[in-house]
Design a protein around this ligand. Sequence first.
Ligand code: FSX
Ligand code: SF4
Ligand code: F3S
Length: 330
Amino acid sequence: MKVSVGHGLPGAEKRLEERGVSRRDFMKFCGTVAAAMGMGPAFATQVAAALTADNRPSVIWLHNAECTGCSESILRMASIDGKTAYIDTLILDVISLEYQETIMAAAGEMAEKALHDAMKKPYLCVAEGGIPMKDGGIYGMVGGHTMIDICKKVIPGALATIAYGTCATFGGVQAAKPNPTDAKGFTEVFPKATIINIAGCPPNPYNLVGAVVAAIMTVTKGAPLPKLDDLKRPVAFYGETVHDKCERLKYFEKDMFAKSFDSAEAKKGYCLYKLGCKGPYTYNNCPTKKFNPLDKGVGVNWPVQAGHPCIGCSEPKFWDTMSPFYEEQK
Ligand code: FSX
Ligand code: SF4
Ligand code: F3S
């Protein structure tokens, strides 16, 4: 069966083919994104149409105080066929990424011009990292400008901002005590902006792609923005706790806990609560989506499956309220 990828073709198809991505591969990717968004296979066509629509907005990607693990998470995302260049193409080219401080080739005045030009068109913003606010923001500078000044220039004009990672959503580790730079998350600094929070340290990259696709659909088709919880996280991704869907829940319910990491109980897969697991207090889809997604939108592994407690990385005030990591939550 011949599959039509979307309205933006053949331009988008040509670009993909030039990068060695076949239409079939692209549709597989869109199917994976659709699955990650909690939709059926039929939704893949709409994902493809959104990603290739002629009128899709460009994306400006800002970096603030962070470890850049969030970018790494998306750049190291396993592609369905093992070609990493494939993911780069889709994320960095197909979604019209116009400005990305970490990976863009332009530097200095060229980079500033790229940002200026990108803002002349309708754009979405993906923002990583917390914003240092102390002393006028001087503890976070990019190209001689404070991060807060760059954000003030970009965020108010964005169609929507996707705060990507717990530093961007809630301040994260940057805001951990004693928070010497007074780092804050985007919702706190820009309360009036349209913001979708994709929390996690690092977050699941498919949650980001799902949020970008949803935002593009809102802009290009007038579709409603995804339903958000009271912390502006999409309910489809953050509607349940890690604990609710954990494969070790059956042991928790029978009071069968691992007492040490090298115990026979840990090897048998007993619950990690006594070793500090914060899964009951943490909303995220790690157990169902996992990381490094494969064909049907489900990944290879996630922290608890790998034998490590959840440290609550997608919650506000991570890390102060979630540490010590290896002690039972009181
Ligand atoms: Fe924070 Fe992201 Fe953790 Fe790191 O950009 S959410 S420290 S994985 O890099 O911001
Ligand atoms: Fe819950 Fe953690 Fe135990 Fe899983 S390992 S059942 S998330 S407490
Ligand atoms: Fe973070 Fe817990 Fe998932 S630590 S990656 S929310 S399992």
